[in-house]
Design a protein around this ligand. Sequence first.
Ligand code: PHE
Length: 340
Amino acid sequence: MQDKINEIEKSIDDAVKDVESSKTLQEIKMRFLGKTGEISALMKNMREVPPEQRPSMGKLLNALREWTEERFNAIEKRIKEFELKRRYSEEKIDVTLPAKVTDDGAYHPNTLIRRELISIFSGMGFEVFEGPEIENDYYNFTALNTPADHPARDMQDTFYISSDLLLRTQTSAGQIRVMENKKPPIKILSPGKVYRSDDDATHSPMFSQMEGLVVDKSITLCDLKGMLDEFAKKIFGAGVKTRLRPSYFPFTEPSVEVDVSCFECGGSGCRLCKGTGWIEVLGAGMVNRHVLEGCGIDPDIYSGFAFGMGIERIAMLKYGINNMKLLFEGDTRFSKQFKG
Ligand code: PHE
C-alpha cells in the first residue's frame, strides 16, 4: 500500500509541475480527488481490506488525502495570485495615452441642400408636405394632365410595379394630393426621392426632387419669377440673376425652364456654364387649368404656379461636384468636405 501511495504522490508532483491555469489545476484535482478519482478509488477498496488492517490503512489514506488537498490548495493560491497579476498588467489603462480618434461622419451634401432649400422656402411661408414614393398612375401622370397615350410619358422612363403602381418619377405627384385635400390658398414644398430608369455621370435611377406649389387668387408668372429671383440669390449668391426660357410640361401652361447667371464666372462664360454664362436649374410654370379643375379648384377664380428642381443637381452645382455617383457612395471622406 505504501508503494501505491508513493506512486500517487509522485504522479501528483509530476502532474502539477507545469500547471499555470486554475482550469488545468481543477482537472488534475478531479483526476485524484474527484468521485471517480484515484484516491477515492483506493478508499473504496477499503472494503476488501482485512478488518485488522483497516485502521492503519485508513490512517495512511486519510493522510494521503490531506497531503493532496494541501498540495492543491497551495498551488491554487499561487496560480490565483499569478493570474490576478497577469490581469492587472493586461488591463492596465495608460491615462497619458492620446484619445482614440473616432470617425464622426458628416451631413451628406443632399441633406445640407435639402435643409437649406426648406429653410429658404419656409422663410417665404411654404409648408412641407411629403407624398408617397410608390404612386399610382393617376397621381404621377393622369391627374398631371398626362393621360396614358400622352407622348410626354416618354420624357420619364418609369419603373412600374404593376400596370397601375409605379415608383414616382416626379414629386409633382404630391401637388395633386395636396390640391385634392386643401383649398387655396396653398403654399407647399414637397421634397423627396424620385425614380427614373436613367444612369450616367449626371443621372441616377434614384434621385431627389423638391417641388413647390402656390395656388391662390390672382397668382401670375411674375410672382413665380420674383420668388425664384429671391431663391436664386439666397442659394447661389446675391449677384445671381434668373431668366425664364419657354419649355413644355403637360401640367403647366405656360411652362418655363429657369436658368441662373453663372455664379462661377459671373456670366462671362466658363467650364461650369459651358461658355454660355447661364446654368439651367429647374422647371416651372403656371399650373395648367385642367389640373386645377381635376382637383376641384375653379381655374376661373384661382391660379397657381409650380416649380420642381433636382436636389442632387443643385448640390453638384453649388459644391462643384462633377460626378453624381459620388453622392451615392456613402464615403465619409467625401461628405466631410461640405459645410452647410
Ligand atoms: N416635374 C418636372 C420634372 O420632373 C419638374 C416640374 C415641376 C416642372 C413643377 C414644372 C413644374 O421634370
